[in-house]
Every structure is written in structure tokens, then in C-alpha cells.
Design a protein around this ligand. Structure first.
Ligand code: SAH
Length: 260
């Protein structure tokens, strides 16, 4: 999970995180197959001329799949322009540039018209706003019947080892079971179309291993500065925790429809 949370160092830390992550194919756990599975659950592939937003898109892992699979104009939103530049380059290489527009904006101040979107997609990013706030704030942008598809840190079991619980409760207090997240969606005016947890491959093979492969060059680039070492140490600790406790935690993918 990418968090820059110490006020006075936040700019520097963000800069470092950007450098560490801009060359990644994705900036969080996920997979092209899993994006496609969520698309299947959404029913969107059968529809035409869709308006879709991908919020917290990073360098565009999910954006590229959406552009390939859907008849859609996609607005890819992130607050870090260098990620969007990378996304544009990738879209161009894949011949998908004409379906994707990028927008540098914060997810808590999106400029969309009310009821203008057929779908809001957001993989591994809504935690920056918080799940409860995000599903509430984004709902008005969806047309009635429009689709919300988000992946979100989720407990896979009722009981968890204390070490794991303490770590994630400290990093992201909203971590909860799927049943709790689904109840939140229903209370916020959504109807569930489907849920699945991301498999291990989405974390290790697709995200953590490529990230680890960038650590040495990242540390060298910043002369092993303390702040860079701290970021790598925190990532390594998170990875070790995941490897140990993957039976208890993952991202859940929630696909839901705006009611009315
Ligand atoms: N969806 C991508 C990236 C996930 S990482 C993927 O799955 O690979 C989370 C992303 O959210 C990062 O790209 C980060 O820059 C972006 N982000 C964080 N806070 C944000 C905010 N307030 N507004 C917009 N984007 C934000």
C-alpha cells in the first residue's frame, strides 16, 4: 500500500514513491485476468459507447484492459502527472490512445457531471479517500444503473493473527470483511453484482516481485538516503507480512450497480 503520511516529509516521500513506482506496470496488487473477471461480472461488455472513469489509475494497468475490452471512452484519473504520462505512452504503444483521456485530479474533487458515467473503476486506490467516503462521494457521478468496480483491502476470515491485525489496522483502519463491505455498499445505495478476492498471484507475481526487483536501482539512485532506505524497509516488511499471512488478507474486488 502506498502511503505518504508524515506531514513535513510528505512531499519528499511522495517524490521518492513516485520514482519507485513510475516504472511499474501496476502500483498495487491486481491482474489483467482479474480486471477481465470484474468486467464480466459488470455486464458492461455487452453495451456500447460507454463513458468510464478509472480513478487512481496509476500507470494504467486496468485502464489498458478496459480500453481493450469495452466500447468506451475512458477518463484515466490520477493526481500524479508522471504516472499519467507513462499511461499515455503505454496506451499509444498499444494503439489504444484514441479511447483514453488522462486527467490530473484528486479523487476527492472529481470534475464529472452528475449522472454522467456508465462505470467508475478503481483498483487498489479508493483507500486514499477511504472506502465509505469514496463510495458515497462517487455515486452521484454514476448514471442510475451505472457500475462501480473497486478493489479494496479485505479480511478473508472472521479472526486474524494479532500481528497482522495490528499492522493493517494502523495503516488502514477501514480494513474489514467482505460481508461488512458489501453491507456498506448496500446501505450507500448500491446493489452487488459480484465479489471475488484477488488470488496470491496478483500480489506476489504481479506486484511485489517486480517492485522488489526495482529496490536496488532505486536505492542507488538516491545514494541510499535514509528516506529511501525507510521506504524499502517498509515495503519489505509489508511483503513479509503478506507472505506469512496471505490466508487472512487480500484485496476484494467489489462490482456493484447504482440503485436508482
Ligand atoms: N490502479 C492502479 C494504481 C493503484 S496505486 C493499479 O492498480 O496499478 C494508487 C494510485 O492512486 C496511485 O497511482 C496514486 O497516485 C493514486 N492516488 C493516491 N491518492 C490520490 C488522490 N487523492 N487522488 C487521485 N489519485 C490518487
Amino acid at each position: 500500500m502506498i502511503t505518504a503520511d508524515h506531514e513535513e516529509d510528505a512531499m519528499d516521500e511522495l517524490e521518492l514513491l513516485l520514482e519507485l513506482h513510475r516504472d511499474g506496470e501496476r502500483q498495487g496488487p491486481g491482474g489483467d485476468d482479474e480486471t477481465r473477471l470484474a468486467i464480466t461480472l459488470s455486464g458492461l461488455a455487452a453495451r456500447q459507447r460507454l463513458a468510464v472513469a478509472d480513478i487512481g489509475c496509476g500507470t494504467g494497468a486496468s485502464t489498458l484492459v478496459l480500453a481493450r475490452e469495452l466500447d468506451a471512452s475512458i477518463t484515466a484519473v490520477d493526481f500524479l502527472p508522471p504516472f499519467l504520462a507513462r499511461l499515455e505512452a503505454r496506451a499509444g504503444e498499444a494503439g489504444l490512445g484514441n479511447r483514453i483521456e488522462t486527467l490530473a485530479a484528486s479523487m476527492d474533487a472529481l470534475p464529472f457531471e452528475p449522472a454522467s458515467l456508465d462505470a467508475i473503476w478503481s483498483e487498489g486506490a479508493i483507500y486514499n479517500l477511504g472506502f465509505a467516503r469514496g463510495i458515497e462521494a462517487w455515486r452521484p457521478f454514476l448514471k442510475p444503473g451505472g457500475v462501480l468496480a473497486v478493489s479494496e483491502l479485505t479480511w478473508l476470515t472472521q479472526a486474524r493473527p494479532a500481528e497482522l491485525e495490528q499492522h493493517w489496522a494502523g495503516e488502514y483502519a477501514e480494513v474489514a470483511t467482505a460481508s461488512a463491505k458489501i453491507a456498506q455498499l448496500e446501505a450507500a445505495g448500491y446493489s452487488l453484482l459480484g465479489y471475488f478476492p484477488l488470488p496470491e498471484r496478483c500480489w506476489l507475481e504481479n506486484y511485489y516481485r517486480p517492485l522488489q526487483a526495482r529496490f536496488a536501482a532505486f536505492l542507488a539512485q538516491f545514494d541510499h538516503a535514509e528516506a529511501a532506505e525507510a521506504i524499502v524497509a517498509a515495503e519489505e516488511a509489508e511483503i513479509a507480512l503478506y507472505e506469512r499471512y496471505q490466508a487472512f488478507v487480500s484485496y476484494g474486488f467489489y462490482v456493484a450497480r447504482r440503485v436508482n
